[in-house]
Design a protein around this ligand. Structure first.
Ligand SMILES: Nc1nc2c(c(=O)[nH]1)N[C@H]1C(S)=C(S)[C@@H](COP(=O)(O)O)O[C@H]1N2
Ligand SMILES: [Mo]
Length: 332
């Protein structure tokens, strides 16, 4: 595994480049280094000693630390290299999250740093011929990693475009070989009541651990993805390190973070939000502009623009979040 350090957005003067430009340049930079086969001995040259910490707030420094993670080598899949809207600024995406294990607001990035990611394992079990427990390193080595720029749409009607790195879920299906009885898949997030203390409201009454489910045909679709990285590097804790689901045609809550177990089942599993309120969070949860949430319209969304600060524009919502050509046939 080639590990490369590249200058981070915050090491570059604002006037030099826009954040989006820098992101694309950085991708180019990573590809060039890999392509040229430059070895580890020259890597320190590419590392940027950050002398601009002076005068930064403690929280700014902590945010940078949470995002400043080892780079991953990956290929780009031309089919998913971009979408019609621009990629969110990394720091905006990294401090606007939903992760209820660490609190009930969008500002949980700092509390999420409590997540212990060392010696992570993912158990794959249930109705499969080859049950197996993977370490994160095994996952990164055995499944070819690629980058996919996907639209991301939360049920709360905000959206972003994010550059995930990971592998299609169908590759895991091929590895573990579900039996013909397997019709559904349940995904479980990390939970430890001493660490994942949850939001202050309803404390204790929520159906932990966070779980999500798919029909096996949905999991086998080209788009269903496990992310182990984002923005060229490992997944930050606030985004669900070290491995999370990304299901781009469904509302964001279907994408469980920090996965510890994947279980193949005969029956549809109970899931976290659906258990809390099945009227507001249905099991299917496909993005649909014509089907309002009981408390708000889904016809438009607050699209989080590229930054540097948090700002948004109101944009139309697309059926299946713009992925109907891939998934429409699953729902006829
Ligand atoms: N374990 C877990 N996974 C979760 C959540 C959560 O609270 N806990 N929130 C979901 C919701 S509602 C959204 S919108 C996305 C947010 O992902 P992001 O913070 O990486 O943008 O994560 C989803 N996965
Ligand atoms: Mo969400």
């Amino acid at each position: 595994m080639v590990l490369i350090r590249v200058p981070k957005i915050w090491n570059v003067a604002d006037s030099q480049v826009t954040s989006e430009n820098l992101y694309w340049n950085r991708r180019q930079f990573i590809k060039t280094l890999i392509g040229a086969g430059i070895g580890a001995s020259v890597m320190p040259l590419a590392g940027c000693q950050n002398t601009s910490d002076i005068g930064k707030s403690a929280s700014e420094t902590a945010l940078e630390k949470s995002l400043n993670l080892p780079s991953i080598s990956y290929t780009t899949n031309p089919a998913f290299a971009k979408v019609s809207r621009p990629i969110a600024d990394e720091k905006v995406a990294g401090q606007y999250n939903n992760f209820y294990e660490y609190g009930g607001t969008k500002k949980i990035w700092l509390d999420a740093q409590k997540l212990p990611t060392e010696n992570w394992q993912v158990e794959v079990a249930g109705l499969v011929k080859n049950p197996r427990t993977y370490t994160i390193d095994e996952i990164k080595q055995e499944f070819p990693l690629e980058e996919r720029v996907y639209r991301f749409r939360c049920v709360e009607a905000w959206s972003m475009v994010l550059p995930w790195i990971g592998f299609p879920m169908k590759e895991l299906i091929a590895a573990v070989e579900p039996t013909s009885k397997a019709k559904f898949v349940n995904f479980t997030s990390f939970y430890d009541e001493d660490i994942t203390t949850g939001p202050s409201f309803h404390l204790g009454s929520l159906p932990w651990p966070y779980t999500e489910g798919l029909r096996i045909e949905e999991m086998a679709n080209e788009l269903a993805f496990f992310a182990v990285g984002i923005y060229g590097h490992d997944l930050p804790k606030q985004h669900g390190a070290p491995i999370r689901m990304v299901i781009p045609w469904k509302y964001g809550f279907k994408g469980a973070k920090s996965i510890v177990k994947v279980e193949f089942l005969e029956k549809q599993p109970a899931t976290y939000w659906n258990t809390i309120d099945s009227r507001e969070y249905d099991f299917e949860a496909n993005v649909n502009p014509d089907k309002p949430h009981p408390r708000w319209s889904q016809a438009t969304e607050k699209f989080i623009s590229t930054g540097p600060g948090l700002s948004w524009e109101i944009k139309e919502t697309f059926p299946y979040n713009g992925y109907g050509e891939y998934v429409g046939s699953l729902y006829t």
